[in-house]
Design a protein around this ligand. Structure first.
Ligand code: GDP
Ligand code: GDP
Length: 439
């Protein structure tokens, strides 16, 4: 199930990032049980009245191909109507209506995507104090909603309107046994080529009825009586009305595909190595608790000797330290070198993703880990782990009952994680520990 996307659009300085922070609120900066990953400034999960959605500050996206401000705002608006389920168009009630606001409005008026017009910097709700407010009606986007993002005034009402306009969350109607695979990565790394190459293999039988969602083209297929769905984010780009050739653009789409998947194939271009964008995309798969495989494509283009692969692998491990559990596979979608390994690995990591460890075995392992390496004792008080149990799978999530969660140190969790991985593999899957106090 993917979360709806709400995009904030507007020219610089109207208060987009202030509004973003206000809506996202004081959510913890790190993901529970997965320290070391700071949340993204541009895309964050937000919640209101029990509905959650992804909030995107398009102002933080810098469209490199043209750094002129006005055209940047236009790009934001296009991206938003293409990718988002709802647009918050922010204008500045202090400065009043500007030409660039009108340009954006012209774009936003021409779509079916719902738009809320947000007039920010309204601290006092009287027309006397906001003489320019009425100008915004001329944008033809309905009634402007006055808010003060800085002081949090009326933002609750804004959010009430936001959630009434969100589409209902639609559940994927795939059988739970179906392995859902998202092929993610920057443009041109070879995602479509890989998809075609996988589907073109012997023994792979593509179903006649592809599923189509709004965000991706799903290709159900089977191999040896196992059922899979490929969520092809690359394919949809080709049929989209507007195509912005920016790398940032692909992130939103990858995000939605990751949400719906079990296994993420993180595709990198061997010639280009690891870029920041690759890290960001991989970070989402990790954060969302998905099984992952790192695929280095275009391996045919690399001049190699005996060490090339291990040097390359080491580099990836260094650059993407948070996802060292993901197997790395070197392929060529073009020559099909090692493409047959992809589904084998998908099977493998998805088993690991669903692995259950019997409670007795888990507790034996924890006990031994405690004996080998005693927990830290900051200020003389030592962490005690009384009992452990596996709460869920996809990804494997363990609850540790402890005397005091505050005494747990990140490095000790790492140690426990390593012990679990040594004993059970758990390759390709993140694992999560949750701490519960028990006195
Ligand atoms: P962005 O460029 O659209 O992301 O705008 P920012 O969020 O960075 O805000 C631009 C400026 O407007 C900053 O100086 C903010 O402090 C200020 N600002 C943002 N929201 C409000 C508001 O609700 N009221 C007032 N008075 N100032 C605000
Ligand atoms: P996508 O945007 O990630 O879906 O990338 P495409 O599948 O469209 O591939 C982008 C370009 O890279 C195309 O010109 C492909 O022919 C080329 N390409 C894809 N895979 C390989 C590969 O393994 N080796 C080589 N040499 N080229 C490839």
């Amino acid at each position: 199930m993917s979360k709806p996307i709400v995009a904030i659009v507007g020219r610089p300085n109207v208060g987009k990032s202030t509004l973003f922070n206000r809506i996202v609120g004081a959510r913890v900066a790190i993901v529970e049980g997965q320290p070391g990953i700071t949340r993204d400034r541009l895309y964050q999960e937000a919640e209101w009245s029990g509905r959650s959605f992804m909030l995107v500050d398009t102002g933080g996206i810098d469209f490199q191909e043209n750094d002129e401000i006005v055209s940047n705002v236009r790009h934001q608006a296009r991206l938003a109507i293409e990718e988002a389920d709802l647009v918050l168009f922010v204008v500045d009630a202090r400065s009043g209506l500007l030409g660039s606001d009108e340009e954006v409005a012209n774009i936003l008026r021409r779509t079916d995507t719902p738009v809320l017009l947000v007039a920010n910097k309204v601290e006092n709700f009287s027309l006397e104090d906001n003489p320019q407010f009425l100008e915004f009606y001329s944008l033809g986007l309905g009634e402007p909603i006055p808010v003060s993002a800085a002081e949090g005034k009326n933002t609750g009402d804004l959010l009430d309107q936001v959630i009434t306009l969100l589409p209902l969350e639609i559940k994927d109607d795939y059988d739970p046994d179906v392995i859902k695979i998202a092929v993610i990565g920057r443009p041109n790394v070879g995602k479509s080529s890989l998809v075609n190459s996988i589907l073109g293999q012997e023994r792979v039988i593509v179903s006649n009825v592809p599923g189509t969602t709004r965000d991706a083209i799903d290709t159900p297929f089977e191999r040896d009586d196992k059922h899979y769905v490929l969520i092809d984010t690359a394919g949809i780009r080709r049929k989209s009305r507007i195509y912005i050739s920016t790398e940032k653009y692909s992130v939103l789409r990858s995000l939605k595909a990751i949400d719906r998947s079990d296994v993420a194939l993180i595709v990198l271009d061997a010639e280009e190595g690891v870029t920041d964008q690759d890290k960001r995309i991989a970070g989402y798969a990790h954060e969302k608790g998905k099984a992952s495989i790192i695929i280095i494509n275009k391996w045919d283009l690399i001049e190699k000797d005996d060490h090339t692969m291990s040097i390359f692998t080491r580099k990836i491990r260094e650059e993407m330290g948070f996802i060292t559990y993901a197997p790395v596979l070197f392929i060529s979608a073009l020559t099909r070198q090692r493409v047959h390994r992809v589904l084998e690995l998908v099977d493998y990591v998805s088993e690991q993703h669903s692995l259950r460890i019997a409670t007795a075995n888990l507790n034996t392992l924890i006990r031994e880990a405690l004996l080998h390496n005693a927990p830290p004792a900051p200020k003389g008080k030592r962490l005690k782990i009384y009992y452990a149990t596996q709460k869920s799978v996809k990804p494997p999530t363990y609850i540790l009952f402890v005397n005091d969660p505050e005494l747990m140190h990140f490095s000790y969790l790492r140690y426990l994680e390593n012990q679990l991985r040594l004993a059970y593999g758990l390759e390709g899957t993140p694992i999560i520990f949750k701490l519960r106090r028990r006195s």
